[in-house]
Design a protein around this ligand. Sequence first.
Ligand code: ZN
Length: 576
Amino acid sequence: MGEPEEGHARRPWIDPELAAHSGLFERKIHRIGERVYCAVGYNLANVIAVDGPEGLVIVDTGLEMRQGEEVLADLREITGKPVAAIVYTHHHVDHVQGTRAFVSDEEVDSGAVPIVAHESLLEQYVQENGAIGPIMGARAISMYNVALDGADMKGMNLGIGPFLRAGENGFVPPTEVFGDEYAVTLGGVRMEMHWVPSEAHSELCILLPDERTLLSAEVIQDHCFPNLYTLRGALFRDPRRWCRSIDAMREFGADVEHMVLQHGTPVSGNEEIHTVLRNYRDAIQFTHDQTMRWANKGYAKDEIARMVRLPPHLESFAPWLRPYYGTVEHSVPQIYSGTIGWFDGDPTALAPTPREQYAERLVRMMGGRDAVLEESRAALTAGDPQFAAELCSYLIRIDREDRDARLVKAAAFRELGYASLNIGWRGFYLTGARVLDGTLDLDPLYRVMGMVAANPEALRRMPPHALVELMPLRLKAEESHEVREAIGLHFTDLDEHGTVEIRGGVAVAEQRRSQDVVARAAGPREALGLLVAGTLEVGAALAVEGFEVEGSRERLAAFLERFELIYERFPNYFLR
Ligand SMILES: [Zn+2]
């Protein structure tokens, strides 16, 4: 689109309170008590090491291999002990993808180094990075500010960490799982693990009774208001359950002198820790209760989001309840939706006028495109960037290439972004501004983010049925109404079978061997994984070495062509 004018009218700035929060993430290994080390500032999340008499227990491995390697190198300045075990506090990518930096394949396969997690971890990891991976990954680009340049990122942080750096995925699935509680000695250190569903269903916390230390995972998300809803998108995080999990941690009472979080710096002092726990859970319960109070009186989600404000003693409980990462405003609609669903009782929302048509009719009524553009510029000048952006949205829906409207909207987004105290809001506004003014092509970045989930090394480690079960989500149903056929998959290294059947617009994946197939592919999961993952064109996937096809190769190719590829184009929600 060439050089933007209005789009860059505003110089980058950052809210001083948000800028000051960056100090929390200075790169450093903190020592807590005798045995616990917490590596802060290497990437988005912390890596914790417990230095036991029989070896190191690594609690979370970071987002990518380089983070794991850098943390391990610095730990080696402190101790030369071998890694005895790995624990995952939950399934989010920033906690589980540096694993192969700490353990070798042989150590995992022989059981010498167990990888401990909650029993739901793998399923949750696949759901998040597979089933919703493409759209979640796209939205994460905005939320985590990864597409912004130096000027917009100067002095910034990400609320729960210094930055997000993508890289090689070293995820290894857990080898030892539990349900509610697990008392275990790892590396010679007694550990009491408790399932505490909260910001992730798979969340666990660990009490180290001999160290009087609580590893609180992300139940206390960081020194900031929690993401009761994350703008990247995730399954519903039930606030009532989250409160119960914090209450379970409060039960540790006098046993806790240190609390080591998975984001940000550790906290010491029993009274300080309990004040944080109490206020944190009170803020979550308050947000839930007041949302439902107004919902029960018939108010709509957006109305309630403006009505619910934390009581003064919680709102000012800095930095713990400040909106650097989560906000009350963006949590309220999700609590409403997660509890009674999206519909707020107004039936005009049931079958609304299609948005382009609505925009055309409305703009015509308002005096046409130029009048609306003029009004949007006036709103921007008058200090109302929100209304300016809303007006421009109608023009962009009518013509996505309306350069003037896009530049005014980009300028409005910059005003909103720079003024935001929340890193997610800021990221969405500023990323959107760059897409609108044409200075950012998200497609290449989208493919890089996609590669994180589709890394062949990680694929090789995944249980194959987890990948096969994702195929139905990509079926081009409208082209498959007349199709009734199946293919077989034989994962020879595990001797596991799978069948994928298309039954007229519905694909069904099953973990069984079927005789009635048009073709069967047989080979190790590494090769077949690429066939079913949807990251390669069918021709390229079939050319992968290491598997054989029984029956018709052409029928197999035709079958696979009925499924969408993932990670092709960025789903551009900034132009609609
Ligand atoms: Zn995290």
